[in-house]
Structures are given as structure tokens and as C-alpha cells.
Design a binder for this molecule. Structure first.
Ligand SMILES: *Cc1c(COP(=O)(O)O)cnc(C)c1O
Length: 384
């Protein structure tokens, strides 16, 4: 599914040098590399504050703590996402409210969000699933109307641009009140271990968050709020700093692979190719996104509509092609997150997607020959 070894070959010198510099200084925690990476990422994203932390799950949790959300507050998020998103909501004793997604983009459905808003709703967590932004313009408008926070789960979409209706662009994760990302090795900007970060343009919130990641300390041994211990270590920061200048190249390589996949699958009766957003600019209003940068293809995910998805997973495995099903079970059907409030008729898209989706190998080192082998195998089996 990923080729981290192949990617390392291309950046070995920079990465090894960066790691050895950390070893020489022994500043393993909060070393200068962490601050430098923070500044580099702020510049890349065009955001005022990046707060590095230990992983993407912590980033989401700390963002919610920083906003002062209280037990019983309702937080709306997508039913079709990785569990980390809902896990932190539940951990903080907030009330998760899972809503359906859009069948084209797999992202949170705006009408479903609006329907789910109550007087207890305090925040919405859009997940930019598989590398494409949720409909942020609509979400920001809803947030304004109902006085809600938007917390972007940007773990899968770092580097993606969101295009507003007026044509202006902003990086994914920097549009809401706060954004959270992950540097898990297989993410688009992956460390060689765990890592994460929180983004915000709000100075006061940034200050609060910097204390929370460090035991609620704003002055040494003065603990003003309940915090956590969530640090990005210097070695991971050094790796990320060496990789950041390559991020756009990596995103382009993923888009190019996606374009080749979609060209091969386009027009196949039982295969739906991933659609790029149709709420951004006109240029994005097409199925194959090779002209803009709104999708960074963390995953390349097809829908197999003739009931052969599970068979395809097995068949591809036999052909030596890895694949993944993200995600096989809706969150509202997971034991930890079932709730009487959910009505199956409100979640038809998620219930359908879990039966149809399959993600193909997607990384920066895919070549044309591999893509041809994979697409032939998929088409042959689905039509066979
Ligand atoms: C990976 C991921 C996370 C969690 O990130 P970790 O660094 O693994 O904790 C959260 N949300 C989504 C959508 C993810 O894909």
C-alpha cells in the first residue's frame, strides 16, 4: 500500500544528516529542530501558529481541550472515518453525534450536519477524508450562524488546497478555528515514528494549546490548567523538516498516480472512481483532477457497485496486490460508539460505502507498470 523504503532512498542524505545533528546535540526533547520545523510548517501552510505534539489523536484531543468544550457538549462528526476522531470526543465526555457523508466525496454531508444541530451542539469536526477537503465554506457559514467551533481533522489532507468560491485558496487544516494533523509514517507527511500538530490563527487559543501540550504549564512548575504530556521529539522534527520541502512533489506524485488510475477505470460500469470536490472552483468540476491541487490522495478509493468488493480484495491479494478497506464498519455500529440516538435511515450513504469501498496502493513511488498491472487485475475481476 505504501513504499516508505523507496521514498527514503530519495532523501537518505538529508534525513540521515538531520538525525545525526540531533544525536550530536543530544537535545532530544524540545530541541531547536522542533522550533525550526514549527516555523517551516507555519510558513508552508500560511498559518500563524503550529503547535507540534505527539500524534494526530492527541492533536484532536488537545484542540478540543483548548476550546474549553465541556462534558455533555455535542460534537458533530462523520460516521465514515477512522475511530480516532470520535474516540477523543468520547474520552473528553463530550457527546459524539455521527452523521452521514456525501457519496461523491466521502466527506461530511452538510445537510446532515445542519439537521443534527441542537442547542447543545458546540463543535463540528469535518474529516478531510482520503486527502480532500470537506465543504469548508458551507461549514464555516453554519458555524457562524449557530455559533459553533470548526475543528478540522486534517490527518489525511496535509498539503491540500481548498478553493473558495471567489477563487482564493487556503491550505487544508487552516480554515476552521483549529486544525489537527498526524505525522504517522504512512500519512502524506510522515515521520519515522509518531508525531502530530495543531494549527490555528487565533493567538489566544495558540497560547492555551502550548500550555496544554506541556502539563498545563505556562510558567515552569505553575500548572494553570489540566494538561497532557504530548511532545514531538527532536528526531521526528528533524525528519519532518527534511521532508517538508518535498511535500508538494510528493502530493503531485500521488495525484499523477491517481490520474493514471482514474483514466484506466473511467467509464467502467461497476467501478466508481473518486470524485474531486464539486463545490470548489469550476476547474475542479471534473472527475479527474490533474489541473488543481484540491486533493492529495492520501488514499485512492474506488466504489465497486456490483457486490464484488470482498471478492476483489481476496483476488488482488492472490495477484500480489495489496489493498485496504477504509472503513469496513460505520462508527455508529462499533460497540464503543453505538447510541440509541442513531437511526439507520439517517445513515444510508455510510452503510452503503462500507460495503463498496476499496483503496488501492497509493504512494509517491508508484510507476506506470505497477499501475497497469493493478488496473488490469481490478477491471478483469470486477467484469469477470
Ligand atoms: C491517522 C488519523 C488520525 C490519528 O492520527 P495518529 O497520529 O495515528 O494518532 C486521526 N484522524 C484520521 C482521519 C486519521 O487518518
Amino acid at each position: 500500500m505504501v513504499d516508505l523504503g523507496g521514498q527514503y532512498e530519495g532523501i537518505k542524505e538529508q534525513v540521515n544528516l538531520a538525525i545525526s545533528e540531533v544525536m550530536e546535540t543530544s537535545a532530544f526533547i524540545n530541541g531547536p529542530e522542533v522550533q525550526t520545523f514549527q516555523k517551516d510548517l507555519e510558513a508552508y501552510l500560511g498559518v500563524k501558529h503550529v503547535i507540534p505534539c505527539a500524534n494526530g489523536t492527541d492533536a484532536l484531543q488537545i484542540a478540543m481541550m483548548g476550546l474549553g468544550l465541556k462534558p455533555g457538549d455535542e460534537v458533530i462528526t462523520a460516521d465514515f472515518t477512522f475511530a480516532a476522531t470520535v474516540e477523543v470526543i468520547a474520552l473528553l465526555q463530550l457527546t459524539p453525534v455521527l452523521v452521514d457523508v456525501n457519496p461523491d466525496t466521502f466527506n461530511i454531508d452538510i445537510e446532515a450536519v445542519e439537521k443534527a444541530i441542537t442547542t447543545k451542539t458546540k463543535a463540528i469536526v469535518p474529516v478531510h477524508l482520503f486527502g480532500q477537503c470537506s465543504d469548508m465554506e458551507a461549514l464555516m457559514a453554519l458555524a457562524k450562524k449557530h455559533d459553533l467551533y470548526i475543528i478540522e481533522d486534517n490527518a489525511q489532507a496535509i498539503g491540500a488546497n481548498y478553493t473558495f468560491k471567489d477563487g482564493s485558496k487556503q491550505k487544508a487544516g487552516t480554515i476552521g478555528h483549529v486544525g489537527a494533523t498526524s505525522f504517522f509514517p504512512s500519512k502524506n507527511l510522515g515521520a519515522y515514528g509518531d508525531g502530530g500538530a495543531i494549527f490555528t490563527n487565533d493567538d489566544a487559543l495558540a497560547h492555551t494549546l502550548r500550555g496544554i501540550v506541556n502539563h498545563g504549564m505556562y510558567e515552569r512548575y505553575h500548572h494553570d490548567v489540566v494538561g497532557v504530556n504530548s511532545r514531538l521529539d527532536s528526531i521526528q522534527a528533524a525528519v519532518l523538516r527534511a521532508k517538508l520541502p518535498k511535500l508538494d512533489t510528493y502530493c503531485n506524485a500521488r495525484r499523477e498516480a491517481a490520474r493514471k488510475y482514474s483514466e484506466a477505470f473511467n467509464g467502467q460500469e461497476h467501478i466508481l472512481i473518486p470524485k474531486t470536490v464539486n463545490y470548489c472552483s469550476d476547474i475542479c468540476n471534473q472527475n479527474i483532477c490533474d489541473t488543481c491541487d484540491c486533493h492529495v490522495f492520501h488514499q485512492y478509493t474506488l466504489r465497486i457497485t456490483n457486490g464484488k468488493r470482498d471478492g476483489l480484495v481476496t483476488y488482488l491479494g492472490e495477484q500480489g496486490v495489496p489493498s485496504g478497506v477504509y472503513y469496513p464498519i460505520p462508527l455508529h455500529k462499533q460497540k464503543a460508539y453505538t447510541d440509541d440516538r442513531y437511526n439507520e435511515t439517517d445513515l444510508p450513504v455510510t452503510n452503503q460505502l462500507v460495503k463498496e469501498v476499496i483503496s488501492l496502493p497509493m504512494h509517491t513511488e508508484l510507476d506506470t507498470e505497477q499501475i497497469e498491472y493493478i488496473t488490469k487485475a481490478v477491471i478483469g475481476f470486477v467484469n469477470g
